[in-house]
Ligand binder design. Structure first.
Ligand code: PEP
Ligand code: MG
Length: 324
């Protein structure tokens, strides 16, 4: 980095030809808050609520959750904080709620668990809504949606939670609701899903795993796990286009968004914001400030013609190196 972190923090994420792209952070631990602020994040694109659940011996009560969520919302206020409802199962387990399955990534995880246990979902969404009273910077994000029916059910529960907290005297508006696009089925139903919510957020970690049938945590197939695979790039590009046809903003919150060279392509596709680990934010901002959106679009067009993932990688590196 040629500019110091302090200087960079104050500068907008803007290309040489004036395209603005908000950079958000992913959080979970309380320590993430300070790091995000140091680096000038413009919001939280993904607060992984399972992190405080994992650091506990039992399900946190509504009151306990309220306090934890309030801390997040207050720390970033007035910036938006996108809170994802509990996403356990797969690789994320709770000692006090064991899930034993032979195929956990294709099993009971994310929204599937909480729709089967509406009491968990209702307690959590009520805590989020109450935590947001007077701040109103909450957005709620739903993980692992694979059908319209699941989204319908989840929206119904959120409305119920909202009614309940209002009956108890909490005065909060309905927050923006979003869906994670991280299962291939959701890619093909982007338009229908987008119509039902306020925003979308792509989870490229899971989407890559499910599109390529490659376990995201298995070192033996790590070489095959590639978010620049042409099928992944096509899926991402389709999601952005379909979301925009419905007039809805779309973000991306997988690890890919924090890879500076991949971020150039995501910007070119038209993502409305990128959400990443705070550590990567300055690198991404630095690179995006060095290039033109028009160049990024040309580069994306070229790379989308290539069918060999290796060549996509090397061409991308080469093109970016020539930019300096
Ligand atoms: C993703 O799947 O890309 C994502 C952001 O969620 P997680 O990594 O928590 O599954
Ligand atoms: Mg995921």
């Amino acid at each position: 980095l040629t500019q110091g972190l302090d200087v960079l923090r104050e500068l907008p994420c803007e290309t040489l030809d004036g395209h603005r792209l908000p950079l958000w952070v992913n959080t979970g631990l309380l320590a993430d808050v300070a790091r995000a602020q140091e680096r000038g994040a413009e919001g939280v694109g993904l607060y992984r609520t399972e992190v405080p659940f994992m650091n506990n011996e039992r399900f946190p009560s509504e009151k306990e959750q309220l306090a934890i969520y309030r801390e997040q919302l207050a720390a970033f206020h007035p910036l938006p904080v996108t809170m994802r409802t509990l996403d356990i199962g797969g690789d994320k387990s709770l000692s006090y709620f064991p899930i034993k399955e032979s195929n956990p990534f294709l099993g009971w995880r994310g929204i599937r668990v909480t729709l089967d246990h509406p009491e968990i979902f209702l307690v959590q969404t009520r805590a989020m809504l109450k935590a947001s009273e007077g701040l109103n910077n909450l957005r709620i994000l739903l993980p692992m949606i694979s059908s319209i029916h699941e989204l319908d059910e989840a929206l119904h529960l959120i409305h119920r939670a909202w009614g309940e907290v209002r009956d108890e005297g909490t005065d909060v508006p309905m927050p923006p609701i979003g869906v994670m696009v991280e299962i291939p089925a959701a890619v093909y139903q982007t338009r229908e899903l987008a119509r039902m919510v306020d925003f979308l957020s792509v989870g490229s970690n899971d989407l890559t795993q499910y599109l390529l049938a490659v376990d995201r945590n298995n070192p033996r197939v790590a070489d095959l796990y590639d978010y620049l695979h042409p099928a992944v790039l096509q899926a991402l590009s389709k999601v952005v286009q379909d979301a925009h046809v419905e007039g809805k903003p779309v973000s991306i919150c997988g690890e890919m968004a924090g890879d500076p060279s991949a971020a150039v392509l995501l910007m070119a596709m038209g993502f409305d914001s990128l959400s990443m680990n705070a550590t990567n934010l300055p690198k991404v901002k630095w690179l995006l400030r060095q290039i033109k959106m028009s160049k990024a679009r040309e580069l994306l067009d070229q790379l989308m013609q290539i069918d060999n993932p290796q060549i996509i990688h090397s061409s991308l590196q080469l093109a970016l190196r020539s930019l300096g």
